[in-house]
Design a protein around this ligand. Structure first.
Ligand SMILES: NC(=O)c1ccc[n+]([C@@H]2O[C@H](COP(=O)([O-])OP(=O)(O)OC[C@H]3O[C@@H](n4cnc5c(N)ncnc54)[C@H](OP(=O)(O)O)[C@@H]3O)[C@@H](O)[C@H]2O)c1
Length: 326
């Protein structure tokens, strides 16, 4: 029998990490097309930090809202879905933690189309580092960049959870990886994760590195035009803009004719549309290639504040995972 009260982090205004606290809230009532998930772990994401610090003010955000765009857990009420009681699931995106309550809670009521069954030997903590990060890395590399064995791939802004995941996946796909960091002291971490070459990034790579075949842009609009200048033109010369780490979201006065070099293809990836098939492909690949996600640090739910403080300070390298008690 479920208790009716759960602890959760709820916000309705910009909230600094030091003000993060858990409160008692009702466990949501199940409705048709939605399932109730007992959250076991969830990862922290850069976009949740943006939501917590500023995006919460935007009119399209439900208020108050429980943040959290992803989680892993077990079905505790399958409602009218195809899921079964106790089934291990992951959930991500589709408005989670923005237009409906997300995962910074003991339970989450989630639309069944954004909940996916998963079979995996990974621990709950390892699983918590996977959904959004690996789905986005996979989508960027496979769907948008059409990455192939032998490609020389540039990952710009590689020292984020997504960057570490992209390095692991790209290496397992047979690509060679040139990873950039804006902090020299992080080079060793990128090397440990499998990057073949590490470049210290001062926001200008043009003329400083040999041409690459493809690029995953995680710094975003701030460096995108420069990134396009280091791609060897050709039928597979893709640049995928997936991140916004540089804090600039759009290109001002973008002139596609002059700004995109001839024979270079600009694309992007948005993680809002996960499917069971792709999730299955990712978990199969992770198991086959024995990939372990790079976890920066695991926090207990009671210490969510500390987890957010660590996120804001940028001191943790790798995915910050939060463990929710049973
Ligand atoms: N398109 C999509 O659907 C999608 C999905 C998921 C994530 N994303 C985006 O992908 C990026 C990574 O997300 P994440 O959740 O993996 O991030 P994260 O793990 O929270 O990583 C944040 C870290 O990135 C590092 N970083 C590297 N280069 C940076 C730069 N030029 N400026 C500022 N910080 C930099 C910083 O550490 P150091 O300064 O120590 O290097 C920072 O602490 C974010 O921009 C996120 O919004 C997009």
């Amino acid at each position: 029998m479920l208790e009716r009260i759960m602890r959760a982090f709820v916000i309705n205004k910009p909230t600094k990490a030091e003000d993060v606290k858990l409160t008692d809230n009702p466990i949501p009532q199940v409705k048709s097309g939605w399932v109730l998930v007992k959250v076991r772990t969830f990862g922290l994401n850069h976009s949740e930090q943006i939501l917590r610090l500023q995006e919460i003010n935007e009119p399209y955000i439900k208020k108050p809202v429980i943040p959290g765009i992803e989680c892993v857990g077990e079905i505790v009420d399958a409602s009218d879905s195809h899921f079964t009681l106790g089934q291990k699931v992951i959930a991500l995106m589709g408005g989670m933690g923005r237009s409906f309550d997300g995962s910074y809670a003991e339970f989450a009521l989630l639309p069944m189309h954004h909940v996916f069954s998963v079979e995996s030997e990974l621990t709950w903590e390892e699983l918590g580092a996977i959904p959004e990060t690996y789905f986005t890395a996979w989508g960027s590399l496979v769907e948008s960049l059409h990455l192939r064995g032998g490609d020389r791939l540039l990952i710009r802004g590689a020292t984020c959870a997504l960057g570490y995941a992209a390095i692991s996946l790209a290496k397992a796909m047979g690509a060679s990886v040139i990873a950039t960091t804006h902090r020299e002291k992080k080079s060793a971490l990128l090397e440990e994760t499998g990057a073949d070459e590490i470049i210290l990034d001062d926001s200008s790579l043009k003329g400083k590195i040999p041409f690459v075949d493809k690029a995953l842009e995680l710094v975003g609009a701030k460096t995108l035009l420069d990134t396009m200048q280091v791609i060897k033109p050709g039928s597979q010369a893709y640049v995928c803009c997936t991140g916004i780490l540089g804090g600039i979201y759009a290109l001002d006065a973008f002139d596609p004719i002059k700004d995109i070099p001839n024979g270079v293809y600009l694309t992007g990836f948005f993680s809002n549309y996960p499917t069971q098939k792709v999730i299955d492909d990712i978990f199969r690949f992770i198991a086959e290639k024995k990939i372990k996600p790079k976890i920066g640090k695991v926090y207990d739910f009671d210490n969510l504040r500390e987890a957010c403080l660590a996120q804001d300070s940028g001191k943790v390298s790798g995915k910050i995972v939060v463990r929710v008690p049973l």
